[in-house]
Write a protein that binds this ligand. Structure first.
Ligand code: APR
Length: 269
């Protein structure tokens, strides 16, 4: 077996407590940390993931619901699916994993949170943790939302942003400024990410001593490329995930398990 594969197997087969100890030491010793989260971090809050056993893409076809063509073809279907997701998320609360990452960002300098999630739970954790700690400004714990935010609407014409319209399932409302249909302010398949947002995330990954990756299948680029930027700059990657991913083989430390249980332990916050 080739040495790289042997080395990877040795790393992943280390006892769990040794992996957690190594991850904790890497994070404690880091000056700059970038954190990338995916749907797995919100799973313990009750928000469905995309590719797991109960994942959204097991029940729905993304090309029918999460593309510009789908919205153009059947705006009522796409709008009602997002309204369903909004109502589901409204009943969910941040979990211990969100809170630990918020505390990390509020108590340490040099931490950049980046999320692929559109559920807003990191924002809610930032507000809750800041308020509980008597911290006036939760901003450092607000993540870069590279795939947008489901609780915001964007006009498909003039791009005006507004808070998500109240739960009308009759189809997308019209923009009060230009009359075009509103759509959720999320990035659909085939669309580009906001260059400023992904650019800031990539810069943070290049500068980071440690990239902490939690709850993502590491399949969707450019977000999935962030850990590699840290590795190529000489930094370390810590992965926390229920299942192995394409990142596992190159991660410095890869820990199997629930983000809500592992993150509070290894971030020490
Ligand atoms: N703790 C840690 N990891 C978990 C947990 C948990 N409690 N539950 C699930 N996971 C892991 C799964 O093993 C899986 O690898 O989280 C990962 C979730 O992967 P996906 O469902 O593919 O979600 P994500 O990686 O965020 O998807 C990326 O794809 O469809 C697009 O825009 C969508 O942002 C999304 C992107």
């Amino acid at each position: 077996m080739d040495p790289a594969r042997l080395e990877c197997l040795a790393r992943v087969t280390k006892p769990a407590h040794a992996l957690r100890k190594e991850a904790t030491a890497l994070l404690a010793g880091a000056t700059r940390i970038v954190v990338l989260t995916g749907a797995g971090v919100s799973a313990e809050s009750g928000v469905p993931t995309f590719r797991g056993e109960q994942g959204l893409w097991r029940s729905y076809r993304p090309e029918e619901l999460a593309t510009p063509d789908a919205f153009h073809r059947d705006p009522e279907l796409v709008w009602s699916w997002y309204q369903w997701r909004r109502e589901l998320i409204a009943d969910c609360a941040p979990n211990a994993g969100h809170d630990a990452l918020a505390r990390l960002a509020l108590t340490r300098n040099g931490v950049t949170l980046v999320t692929q999630n559109v559920d807003g739970l990191h924002h809610r954790a930032a507000r809750d943790v800041a308020s509980a700690a008597g911290v006036s400004d939760p901003e450092p714990a607000h993540p870069l939302e590279v795939h947008g935010a489901i609780h915001r609407d964007r006009c498909s014409g003039c791009e005006r942003l507004t808070p998500a319209a109240a739960g009308s399932n009759a189809g997308p409302p019209s923009c009060v400024m230009c009359g075009s249909s509103l759509r959720p302010d999320v990035v659909w398949f085939g669309e580009s990410l906001d260059p400023d947002v992904i650019g800031s995330a990539q810069e943070a990954a290049i500068q980071a001593d440690v990239c902490l990756v939690a709850g993502t299948s590491s399949l969707v680029y450019p977000a999935a490329g962030l850990p590699d930027l840290t590795l190529r700059s000489g930094g370390a990657v810590v992965e926390v995930n229920l299942d192995p991913t394409p990142l596992t083989g190159s991660a410095t430390v890869s820990i199997r398990g629930q983000a809500g249980e592992i993150l509070p332990e290894i971030v020490g916050a």
